[in-house]
Design a protein around this ligand. Structure first.
Ligand code: PHE
Length: 374
């Protein structure tokens, strides 16, 4: 090659080994011919190893360097280096050409079968959090029974979170709620982080006329933290108001819900008398956990009751005309029960390893027809 000739042959006065120049030149043309002749990536790699590998022909020339007279070493070394980079460049170029050819050939022969089901690949790496999944499952079940979804803000007025629910300012049950209060406003009123989703009952009754059939999923807050409590958790509220609603409707509705949610034919339930200021009567509901593989255990899953006449009156509804029922369910709890999640704190830790294990594929949208969690 040009640079090589000039440096080693004509312009270098100390050059004395014409034979070596010829050696290098013929080696170069042999190698370049081999490179040009190699038909695939494996062949190219074989040429590379035979030339530039530890025992390759070019490398061996370098090792000869020591046996040359000192005044020739520099020039010969430089010439071998030039040979080396010439060969390297030719190898790279040939490799690029072969790769492009291989890709073109693949594109020409391969066909994507768009009728194949979606395979989990990098695009399906994301996971749906069990809490989101369970929200969707519950909404699906109640939507099928004719409920719609209502919402309210996380930062709620004291009035809607407590007073209108028949929990006046001096009511002892306020203490049970471990409320997070915001700084009082100029008029002395305080906003709160809602301690339950029940204020959405009030918002709905104030803004809609019966018949009412809503569920209200959302975040709630209580200043409480241990293995089974976190300062933020999720509830789902239910409210039905009509002219002839009775406790039989409440029981049927919750029984249907439990069967659908736990995906079993029968769930034994226990309604225990309890007290909530906004219901009369009030009941806590336990389920027989043998349905979900824990025989002999009753698990409390929700609070419920017939809406208190005072609450109806607070919302401008005539308690003589309208009745209804309400319930409030701890969502994280039943998600843990259904999917065998042992520690509530992990549910909110945001650990991707946990998500990979307990999370759901984005395409697994729960439907009653397709099976909620299949
Ligand atoms: N709001 C109650 C709670 O958080 C649950 C509840 C809702 C009870 C509706 C009865 C009716 O504990």
């Amino acid at each position: 090659m040009l640079g090589y000739d000039r440096q080693l042959g004509r312009s270098n006065p100390t050059y004395g080994f014409r034979m070596q120049t010829d050696d290098l030149k013929s080696l170069e043309s042999i190698l370049l011919a081999e490179i040009a002749a190699s038909g695939d990536l494996a062949a190219i790699e074989a040429v590379r190893v035979a030339a530039l590998g530890k025992k390759g022909r070019v490398s061996e020339l370098m090792q000869k360097l020591g046996s040359l007279p000192a005044d020739q070493r520099k020039a010969f070394g430089a010439a071998v280096n030039i040979l080396k980079s010439t060969v390297t460049a030719a190898l790279e170029q040939r490799k690029t050409t072969l790769e492009a050819g291989a890709l073109t050939a693949r594109l020409a022969t391969e066909r994507a079968d768009i009728t194949l089901p979606v395979r989990p690949g990098p695009l399906a790496e994301g996971r749906i959090h069990p809490v989101s999944q369970v929200f969707d499952e519950i909404i699906e079940i109640f939507a099928d029974m004719g409920f719609s979804v209502a919402e309210g803000p996380d930062i709620e007025t004291d009035d809607l979170n407590f007073t209108k629910l028949n929990i006046p300012p001096d009511h002892p049950s306020r203490q049970d709620h471990d409320t997070f209060y915001l700084r009082p406003k100029a008029d002395g009123s305080r906003m709160v982080l809602r301690t339950h989703t029940s204020p959405v009952q009030i918002r709905t009754m104030l803004s809609q006329k019966p018949p009412i059939r809503i569920i209200a999923p959302g975040r709630v807050y209580r200043s409480d933290s241990d293995q089974t409590h976190t300062p933020m958790f999720h509830q789902i509220e239910g409210l039905v108001i009509d002219e002839a609603t009775h406790m039989g409707h409440l029981k049927w509705c919750l029984a249907e819900f439990c069967k659908a949610f736990f995906e079993v034919d029968d769930v034994k339930m226990r309604f225990r008398s309890s007290h909530f200021p906004f219901t009369e009567p009030g009941m806590e509901v336990d389920i027989d956990a043998s349905a979900i593989g824990k025989p002999g255990k009753w698990l409390e899953i929700l609070g419920s009751g017939m809406v208190h006449p005072k609450v109806l009156a607070n919302c401008g509804l005539d308690p003589e005309k309208y009745q209804g029922f309400a319930f409030g369910m701890g969502l994280d709890r039943i998600a843990m029960l259904k999917y065998g999640i042992p520690d509530l704190r992990d549910v909110f830790a945001g650990d991707v390893r946990w998500m990979r294990h307990y999370g759901f594929l984005p395409f697994d949208i729960p439907t009653l027809a397709g099976g909620l969690s299949s």
